[in-house]
Every structure is written in structure tokens, then in C-alpha cells.
Design a protein around this ligand. Structure first.
Ligand code: HOZ
Length: 430
């Protein structure tokens, strides 16, 4: 397989764009490779500028639940474009998408749209602080909530991938209100509450996808809810990744625990830049112009993005059973690969939630970020490179999650498992 054109394109990009990419993980650095430059996507496939074709298990890092160029979403976008790209004024499309989102989540009466997950979470934190009149927040090591200052503390995703989970450029003064706890460890959260009586919110990815896939234990979330209630603290579920993926409404229905605020992104935009945060009316009414907590955006509720999101979410609503089909495929994929790994003497930890899947080359189950860091990164890099050669595009960092779209067939899953068998044998034979 030749990737000469990608190599050249990357060299040119590096001269003009820091690291050659507009989002760090894409640079393939943690797997020691060169990013593949994409020309187009079609269903389950990605095509690169050298003419290679890959089964895509990244799906733009989550948004493309229905695969590339889904006909319904594409048609909705084209129709919306014909009426104008942006108005900076209200459209009915915003209310329609809001109605859909509210219909999915018990905990959401009202929702506000923004343009990214980072923006959604940043705004949700401000709202929680404004609502409670408190300053401190609790986050979990290894959870990633976008790149805003107060949340870029011991963060997962690219921050973990590149070994600077707390970024230079973030003044200590800006993070002094961010308290850290250990994922799936309620004692560590109790310690935060013992240390501060000023905690506005606890924010968690209830299905963590930015330290690899590490779902929170049900009991842990129940205890978290109780602790928040006992302390007058809001519980924020960051479902930017897991919303509409983990289940139709993310963790809420899987775990039975209801958050106070939910943040959303990725699938909600059907591939266009959309983020959102929502909560019960009492909390949302604190938001400007109804209340005093300020938040705004020129491209918020953009009509083309709203059209894409509406098409994606209404398609999901009409095909709600699709997530269990995708989960069966995700499970078949990771179980199949695990079996092949095992037969080569490699231990692989696996998990799935809805259309999300994760695996670690790790001797022990992974319950938190510290566990994830004990995974075999070298083996992951070899696996990633060899699978790419075989035509399978996996996330290029062990601190990310895999995604199955409806365009991925059972046959593709079987082909992936077969390729993994070849790859594991080649790796273990040196
Ligand atoms: N933060 C994203 C993964 N969790 C990466 C986004 C991108 O590089 O496109």
C-alpha cells in the first residue's frame, strides 16, 4: 500500500499548520505514523489521496452514526443551503431540533445550541456556577471535556495522548477551582466534598470515551448523584460523545441515574459543528436573555447545522432499534479480535456501549485513567499501523473510542476480525 501522496501532503501541511493538523490527535503521533489525508467518505468507507480505501471505525470521532454521506442527512443539508448559510437570527429549525432533543432526555426541558462540544461544556459549567452561586467544580482524571481552561486539567483524549494532560498557557489561577477525583472511586469524590463546601458541580463523562472506553459503574453514578444531592451540587453528564451513541439518550437510560445538566455534541450535528447543553427549566432560565448567566454565539443554531442534526436525530428516532443492532456488531468485533489476540498470547480488555467500542492491551480490567496508562502503547501502535495496512481505520490513540456506523456490515466485521488474526500473528512472530 502506498501512502506517498499523504506523506507529501502532511509535509506541506506541517509548514503551514502547527503539527500539520487542526486537532492534535489526528497527527498519528502516538502511533508513530503519518496521518492519512482523506478525499472522501462513502458509507462505511474512507478514501485517501493515494486511492486507498479503509473501513472507518472513527466516523469523524463519533458524529456519523449513519456513516459517510447518509442520503437523508445529505439531502437535508443541500435543501438548507439553498435558503442561506447563516442568518444570525432565529429560525424554526432551531425549535424543531430542540423539540427532538427534549423528547429524548428526561432531564432536559430546555436546550441551547452552540457550535462545539467544548463550547457546550464551558457554558454548562458557567451555568452551574451561576445557578448555585459557587465556584468550585469537580472533574475526573482522564475525562476530557474540551479544551477550555478550567477543564484542561488532567484531561484525556489528545491531552493524555501527548503527555500534557494539564496544558501550559492555562494560568494556575484559572484552574484553582477545579478539584480532581478518580473515575469510579466514590471515596475520592467524598474527599473533594470534605475539602470544599463551595462545589457548584461535578462533571463526568458517564461513559468515558477519552481515556479509551471506560464506562462508569452504575453504583458509582448512584452514589455520585446522592453526594451531589446531599451537598446542593449539580451533576453534569458530559455526553458529547456518548449521547445518541451509548444508548438513544446516552447514559441516562443505561445507568438509571439522572443528571442536572447534559452536554451534547457530535451525533447531534449529524456531521456538522453542533454542540448543546440542556437541563430542567429552572436551571436553563438562568441563561441570558432569560437570566443573568451570559452565553452567546454568531453561528449558534446555524440553519445548515440544525438541518443536519434534525435529519440525523429524526432518523434515529424512527429507527430506535438500530443501536442494539450496532451494539451486537460492536460486541462481535471486539470479542472476535479479543479471541484472536488471546490465541497469540495477547491479553485484550474489551467493552462496548451501544455503538461505541473500546479495547486495551492490558493485563487487568481498566476502571480509571491510571489503569489505562498501564496499557501496552507499543503494541497498540503496531496493531494500529498493521490494521491500517490491511484497510481498517481505527482511532490513532489508545485514549480514544471506536465507533460503529449503520453502514458497517456483519461481513466487514468478520473481515476485520480475520485481519486482526493476521496482524496479531505477525506481531507475535516478530
Ligand atoms: N477530541 C477528539 C477525540 N476525542 C478529536 C477530534 C479530532 O481530532 O477531530
Amino acid at each position: 500500500m502506498s501512502i506517498d501522496a499523504s506523506l507529501k501532503a502532511f509535509e506541506e501541511a506541517e509548514n503551514l499548520i502547527p503539527g500539520g493538523v487542526n486537532s492534535p490527535v489526528r497527527a498519528f503521533k502516538s502511533v508513530g505514523g503519518t496521518p492519512i489525508f482523506i478525499t472522501e467518505g462513502e458509507g462505511a468507507y474512507l478514501k485517501d489521496i493515494d486511492g486507498n480505501k479503509y473501513v472507518d471505525y472513527v466516523q469523524s470521532w463519533g458524529p456519523l452514526l449513519f456513516g459517510h454521506r447518509d442520503e437523508t442527512i445529505e439531502a437535508a443539508v443541500i435543501e438548507a443551503v439553498k435558503h442561506g448559510l447563516s442568518f444570525g437570527a432565529p429560525t424554526v429549525a432551531e425549535t424543531e431540533l430542540a423539540e427532538l432533543v427534549v423528547s429524548y432526555f428526561d432531564s432536559i426541558d430546555k436546550v441551547r445550541f452552540v457550535s462545539s462540544g467544548t463550547e457546550a461544556v464551558m457554558s454548562a459549567i458557567r451555568l452551574a456556577r451561576g445557578f448555585t452561586g459557587r465556584d468550585d467544580i469537580v472533574k475526573f482524571t482522564g475525562c476530557y471535556h474540551g479544551h477550555s481552561d478550567a477543564l484542561l486539567v488532567e484531561a484525556g483524549s489528545g491531552a493524555a495522548t501527548f503527555g500534557n494532560p494539564s496544558s501550559p498557557g492555562v494560568p494556575a489561577d484559572f484552574t484553582k477551582h477545579t478539584l480532581l477525583a478518580t473515575y469510579n472511586d466514590i471515596e475520592s469524590v467524598k474527599k473533594c466534598f470534605a475539602d470544599s463546601d463551595n462545589i457548584a458541580c461535578v462533571i463526568i463523562e458517564p461513559i468515558a470515551g477519552n481515556m479509551g472506553l471506560v464506562p462508569a459503574d452504575k453504583e458509582f453514578l448512584v452514589q455520585l448523584r446522592e453526594l451531589c444531592d446531599a451537598n446542593g451540587t449539580l451533576l453534569i453528564f458530559d455526553e458529547v460523545m456518548s449521547g445518541f451513541r451509548g444508548s438513544i439518550n446516552g447514559a441516562e437510560s443505561i445507568t438509571g441515574t439522572k443528571p442536572d445538566i447534559v452536554t451534547l455534541g457530535k451525533v447531534i450535528g449529524g456531521g456538522m459543528p453542533v454542540g448543546a447543553f440542556g437541563a430542567r427549566a429552572e436551571i436553563m432560565s438562568m441563561l441570558s436573555p432569560e437570566g443573568p448567566v451570559y452565553q452567546a454565539g454568531t453561528l449558534s443554531g446555524n440553519p445548515v447545522a440544525m438541518a443536519a442534526g434534525y435529519a440525523a436525530l429524526s432518523k434515529l428516532k424512527q429507527n430506535a432499534q438500530v443501536l442494539s443492532v450496532l451494539n451486537a456488531r460492536a460486541l462481535r468485533l471486539v470479542q472476535g479480535m479479543q479471541k484472536e489476540a488471546h490465541s497469540c498470547g495477547i491479553t485484550m480488555q474489551i467493552d462496548t456501549r451501544g455503538s461505541m467500542f473500546g479495547f486495551f492491551f492490558n493485563e487487568k480490567p481498566v476502571k480509571n485513567f491510571e489503569d489505562a496508562t498501564h496499557s501496552d502503547a507499543e503494541l497498540f501502535a503496531k496493531f494500529h499501523a498493521a490494521m491500517l495496512e490491511e484497510g481498517f481505520y481505527f482511532a490513532c490513540s489508545l485514549y480514544e473510542t471506536g465507533f460503529i456506523s449503520t453502514a458497517v456490515t456483519d461481513e466487514m466485521i468478520e473481515d476485520t476480525i480475520k485481519a486482526s488474526a493476521k496482524v496479531f500473528k505477525a506481531i507475535t512472530n516478530g
